[in-house]
Design a protein around this ligand. Structure first.
Ligand code: 5AD
Ligand code: SF4
Length: 479
């Protein structure tokens, strides 16, 4: 039986999850993940690599031989959370000195020597492209040697590794389709911590999705830092632009729209989601595929970051506020009942009060279903840190962020109120957190719906008539 314990951390998008399948024998791995969905997905790859090398996972840190923390560097607060967590492991290590503690993921790339040499918080440091080296690194650490591999790869996509579904409810799963990012948004550490963009072999993606479906899963989410720039041209390797492909590569080419169509065709009973979309790259071709297949969920996470074109240019986002609005118009035209969410940053370098108002105005224009909202946090070595001044005072950032959150809460509630009286197909994912007599799942638009259990089961599709709501949840009954 697997159990999932959530460690809530408001500083990072998503939350930390402790993966806890019970197991007997073998060496024991305990792993926690912080940050984005990609990290959670990577932890499943790590567990798979170690399962092939004599490890089982444990929910009990005290009995672990190896403790891994898969880390996030996106904002300063995320790193602080992880650092405190690593410090808290000292007490276990005192009781069990042979315990190996390792840091994986983005912080491994960013602060490797600090964690290993200066603070002596960890025994192993492994970047996101070096997980195949983990068995070897654990051996090195066992021998008391420093164990570091933070080499970023031009090819690694872990295409052949079948992830161990550690967080699983048995219904929904993530599938990575690209790794890294080439966009170089000036505020963002990801291109430095996760390296250059690579697309994964579509055949391996389709096989993973088919296998999940055959094992009873009913929803897959295709993951990438920028899924719209997915492009397979016949071999593993760095992203290439379509125009630069050879004639032969063009014949083998699979773009994101084509990949989505192939995944959607696996079965009408397999829901397909995707994240994250980029406003500069989302194509009409893809939107038409989305509209064509009922099982592609009508929900797009489309970060806009700022509603002001000068700030967008300083962020190197590759679009203007006008362009973003036009993309939203196209989305709503081609996929009429679509839900949209966004990432928004308050108080980026030199942002004026009027420019902040442009962000609120863009929110009013789109009326997002949800928002992931942050105040700007300067990250070392990013382009913004090197070239721009982080000059919006902290209290101003906080106030602007509070205004953004208040407006988003209003929009979320209005959107949910608009769903009352309608019926949605909900995929049942689990028992409601509030009552064992209720089930919960999500609508295609990604809104959580709860309803009386009756005779329904996890994994069922149920049509739910919505009779009331809160800002975050729809409440209904099966029809
Ligand atoms: N400060 C604040 N927010 C950031 N994000 C990325 N980098 C930073 C930063 N330095 C946000 C962006 C991105 C999301 C994943 O995190 O909104 O889309
Ligand atoms: Fe960071 Fe921009 Fe890439 Fe997203 S698209 S990961 S914000 S550089």
């Amino acid at each position: 039986m697997e159990e999932i314990k959530k460690v809530f951390d408001e500083s990072i998008q998503g939350s930390a999850l402790i993966l806890e399948p019970s197991a007997d024998g073998k060496k024991k791995l305990y792993i926690e993940s912080y940050g984005c969905q990609m990290n959670f997905s990577d932890s499943e790859i790590v567990a798979s690599i170690l399962a092939d090398n004599g490890f089982n996972t444990t929910k009990n840190i005290e009995e672990a031989d190896v403790v891994f923390v898969n880390t996030c560097s996106i904002r300063e607060k995320a790193e602080l959370t992880v650092r405190n967590r690593l410090k808290s492991f000292n007490k276990y290590k005192k009781q069990k000195p042979e315990m190996i503690i390792g840091v994986l993921g983005c912080m491994a790339e960013r602060v490797k020597s600090q964690l290993l040499d200066e603070e002596k918080l960890v025994d192993i440091v492994v970047g996101p492209d070096a997980y195949r080296d983990l068995p070897n690194l654990i051996n090195q650490a066992d021998e008391g040697k420093k164990a570091v591999n933070v080499i970023l790869s031009k090819e690694e996509t872990y295409a052949d590794i079948s992830p161990v579904r550690l967080l699983s409810n048995g219904v929904t799963a993530f599938i990575s389709i690209t790794r890294g990012c080439d966009n170089m948004c000036t505020f963002c550490v990801v291109p430095f911590t996760r390296g250059r963009e690579r697309s994964r072999n579509p055949e391996s993606i389709l096989n993973e999705a088919k296998d999940l479906f055959e094992r009873g899963y009913r929803e897959v989410t295709l993951l990438g830092q920028n899924v719209d720039s997915y492009l397979w041209y016949g071999q593993e390797g760095l992203k290439k632009e379509y125009e630069t492909l050879t004639a032969e590569e063009k014949t083998k080419c699979v773009n994101f729209a084509q990949l989505m169509e192939q995944v959607a065709l696996i079965s009408p009973l397999l829901r397909v989601r995707f994240s994250t979309s980029h406003p500069k790259d989302i194509t009409d071709e893809f939107l038409h595929v989305m509209a064509k297949y009922d099982n592609i969920c009508n929900y797009i996470h489309l970060p806009f970051q700022s509603g002001n074109s000068r700030i967008l240019e300083l962020m190197n986002r590759g679009y203007t506020s006008e362009w973003y609005k036009q993309r939203v118009d196209a989305i709503k035209r081609i996929v009429p009942d679509v839900a949209l969410s966004a990432d928004i940053i308050a108080g980026f370098c030199s942002e004026t009060e009027e420019e902040h108002q442009d962000t609120l105005a863009l929110m009013e224009y789109v009326k997002f279903d949800y928002g992931y909202m942050f105040s700007y946090s300067e990250r070392p070595n990013t382009l913004a840190q090197r070239k721009l001044k982080d000059d919006v005072p902290e209290d101003v950032k906080k106030r602007r962020l509070a205004e953004i959150i208040t407006l988003q809460n209003k929009h979320s509630l209005e959107r949910n109120q608009g769903y009352v009286g309608k019926t949605f197909q909900v995929l049942v994912e689990g028992v409601s957190k509030k009552s064992a007599d209720e089930l919960q799942g999500r609508t295609p638009q990604n809104t959580v719906a709860v309803f009386p259990k009756e005779h329904y089961n996890i994994g069922d599709y149920v049509n739910i008539h919505i009779h009331s709501c809160t800002g975050g949840t729809l409440i209904g009954k099966a029809v």
